[in-house]
Write a protein that binds this ligand. Structure first.
Ligand SMILES: Nc1ncnc2c1ncn2[C@@H]1O[C@H](COP(=O)(O)OP(=O)(O)OP(=O)(O)O)[C@@H](O)[C@H]1O
Length: 445
């Protein structure tokens, strides 16, 4: 497999021990005790000066920035930098850098990923011992190519995605499509949220702003997460996801929203949703699902084995439940899916956990604008499961077949998968196969 040569890529920032131009040394005039600055968020100016003193006089950390970025690195300290994460970076002192590949999507969200990364995040990560190779994506699918071809020894501590859920999904699929899968699957994925949705990092790690996310990365640790696969049965093509797959209205909106991405950024979903709502078609599906048996333990098979044997395993069981008819939406969720935007922050699948070894299926039966409107309003208050036409069940596998000329696409983590004619999608779980960099703020030290 072809290896990516980083030097040939658009490497924007490298912590390069050989460069000495921006090697900072400070005089030791003020001695700050660690405990003084360890637990508090200080006013920005004070924090800034204490921060530099603490790290460069006591710890004598050397920061190396490429020349074009050195000004912003020197002058801008992250606005809400939590000082305590920088307190005990002995790894940095000893030269034990954490080598990561940073993949930055300049097109994410409001197209502010560069600003977010270089001004708010990069200094925190640099001071925390991350040695970063930063590559900006040049086209859709670039992150997939990078993750599937990168020399893993150059980023042994993970791949950090700066963008939205889509770019994370590309990296996941790139890693899981590699020949050296056993090694690739061990590589944790870090997320700096700069996209439109960022549901994954908000739900699983409890952070939705870039600085908190950087802080979580700096603190270290990782979080195991279930992965699910969506297989297009006819073609045998498998796509992996971490958040949810969905069919019907939301997949239809996702497809339409792409037309407005350039001009509207994250607001594209609102406009596309409104337009689809006003011209709402009918969605007809056949759905089969295998409910989770509480007695059965999930054996953690290697991923390759799971991918190949899943359909045989599932067909051996005769507990499949079938549903057929009109559905406004079908959601198969891997975690409870809390959107990072919005005031109320509702969740789609309240009982879902990212590592519970099950998928949560939500079937919104029926058709028509009234039902859809009621669902949307109820969802805002997390009452949607109380609606009589909403079915909620924990499952292991789901098969979805669009009927007639129903929209036949499948949304996976904000990416639309297209099916030809009347495809059959099969969604299955691969328990605890993924790893995210960082821990939930309530569990980390
Ligand atoms: N340089 C690029 N030009 C055009 N498209 C790109 C580029 N880099 C990545 N993409 C595509 O942009 C898509 C969306 O990226 P991303 O998920 O980072 O942002 P978002 O859509 O704003 O956020 P979210 O997925 O959370 O809604 C990805 O599917 C990716 O294929």
């Amino acid at each position: 497999m072809k290896q990516v040569s980083f030097s040939a890529l658009n490497t924007c920032l490298t912590l390069n021990p050989c460069r000495s131009r921006n090697y900072y040394q400070c005089s030791n005039t003020v001695k700050l005790q660690r405990s003084q600055v360890g637990q508090i968020l200080l006013p920005r100016k004070l924090r800034k000066s204490m921060l530099w003193h603490t790290n460069f006089t006591q710890r004598q950390i050397a920061t190396h920035c490429s020349s074009d970025l050195s000004t912003s690195c020197r002058e801008e300290v992250p606005k809400y930098l939590a000082v305590n994460v920088l307190q005990d970076q002995s790894c940095t002192r000893q030269g034990n850098f954490r080598k990561v590949l940073v993949i930055l999507n300049p097109n994410s969200g409001f197209r502010s990923s560069r600003e977010v990364f270089y001004r708010q995040v990069q200094p925190t990560l640099a001071l925390s011992g991350f040695m970063m190779q930063v590559v900006e994506t040049a086209y859709a699918g670039h992150a997939h190519v990078l993750a599937s071809t990168v020399d893993l020894s150059t980023c042994r501590d993970g791949i950090i995605c700066v963008g939205g859920d889509g770019i994370v999904n590309e990296v996941l699929n790139g890693l899981l499509g590699r020949d050296d899968l056993e090694e690739a699957i061990q590589l944790p994925i870090g997320i700096i949220p700069a996209g439109s949705e960022n549901s994954l990092v908000w739900t699983v790690l409890g952070t939705r702003d870039p600085v908190s996310a950087a802080t979580a990365l700096a603190k270290g640790g990782s979080t195991p997460i279930d992965v699910f696969s969506v297989k297009l049965i006819k073609d045998g093509i498998t796509h992996f996801g971490l958040t949810a797959s969905y069919y019907g209205f939301v997949a239809d909106v996702l497809q339409l929203s792409e037309k407005f991405r350039l001009h509207l950024g994250p607001f594209r979903y609102f406009l596309a949703g409104l337009l689809k709502f006003l011209s709402l078609p009918q969605y007809r599906f056949e759905v089969d699902y295998l409910p989770l048996s509480p007695r059965r333990n999930h054996k953690l098979l290697p991923l390759t084995e799971k991918c190949n044997d899943r359909s045989a395993d599932s067909s051996a069981e005769d507990n499949w439940v079938s549903r057929k008819g009109e559905f406004l939406g079908i959601f198969v969720c891997n975690h409870f899916c809390k959107p990072a935007q919005g005031l109320l922050s509702p969740v789609i699948a309240p009982k879902a956990q990212h590592n519970d070894g099950s998928l949560d299926l939500i079937l919104v039966h029926g058709s028509g604008r009234l039902k859809l409107f009621c669902f949307f309003i109820a969802y805002q208050f997390c009452w949607h499961l109380l609606l009589p036409y909403v079915e909620y069940v924990k499952v292991k596998h789901v098969k979805v077949r669009p009927v007639g000329n129903t929209h036949n696409g499948c949304g996976v983590d904000g990416e639309l998968l297209h099916g030809e004619g009347q495809p059959e999608w099969q969604c299955s779980l691969l328990p605890a196969q993924g790893r995210l960099l960082g821990r939930h703020h309530s569990t980390s030290e």
